[in-house]
Design a protein around this ligand. Structure first.
Ligand SMILES: CC(C)(COP(=O)(O)OP(=O)(O)OC[C@H]1O[C@@H](n2cnc3c(N)ncnc32)[C@H](O)[C@@H]1OP(=O)(O)O)[C@@H](O)C(=O)NCCC(=O)NCCS
Length: 176
């Protein structure tokens, strides 16, 4: 089992985050998306979180700010946008640790809601629940069970429904 620390990204990590995403996804589309999101006003480096094994980046998770167009107005939220673990280090719990530590950091920084489009057997392990049931939707086709939401503080999702507005680069990758 590799020992590692989980921490927010530093500028020096940018090329290594690119590389771990290429290795995990087997292509560079996701890695390039992260570079694009990093240029956006909404990007928060505190929410781009790495698993650092002896100064080598072996995993990465990115939460990107989004808004939910709710009937009560725009509600700020986060999207768990990308999760990657280098293939040599997969299956050791590093992905789960990034999700858990990442959500803890999101909470600590005062965020209230997290949305994910992902595997319906995986994200419920961290408390995510169906988002469709409460009227949350996305601009791209996505199976109902893959769209999930988590209240980072009790009651944060009460009365919140509507379309999630993603950065266009992020919604475009999720359409494919
Ligand atoms: C998905 C990924 C980050 C998981 O990292 P990991 O460190 O191997 O995950 P863990 O060791 O914490 O996995 C714990 C369990 O959850 C499962 N799991 C993890 N991520 C999953 C996902 N996105 N979907 C479904 N199942 C997943 C694993 O199969 C494992 O199950 P098991 O214990 O029954 O074998 C890694 O496999 C990866 O980088 N994959 C390629 C990129 C990708 O698909 N990212 C997710 C979409 S953005």
């Amino acid at each position: 089992m590799a020992s590692y620390i989980v921490r927010s990204e530093l500028p020096v990590d940018h090329p290594h985050i690119f590389e771990v995403n290429v290795q995990a996804f087997g292509e560079d589309e996701e890695a390039r998306l992260i570079d694009t999101l990093r240029e956006s006003d909404a990007f928060d480096p505190a929410l781009s979180i790495v698993a650092d094994h002896n100064d080598t980046i072996i995993g990465h998770i990115l939460f990107q700010p989004v808004t939910i167009d709710s009937t009560n107005g725009n509600v700020p939220a986060l999207a768990l946008a990308l999760l990657s673990v280098h293939p040599e280090y997969q299956g050791q719990g590093i992905g789960s640790a990034l999700v858990e530590e990442g959500l803890r950091e999101c909470r600590r920084l005062g965020n209230r809601i997290c949305i994910v489009v992902g595997h319906p057997n995986y994200y419920p392990l961290f408390g995510f629940m169906s988002a469709r049931e409460q009227g949350i939707s996305v601009q791209f086709p996505c199976p109902d069970e893959s769209l999930m939401a988590l209240s980072l503080v009790p009651g944060a999702l009460d009365g919140v429904g509507g379309m999630v507005r993603y950065h266009p680069a992020l919604s475009s990758i999720m359409e494919n």
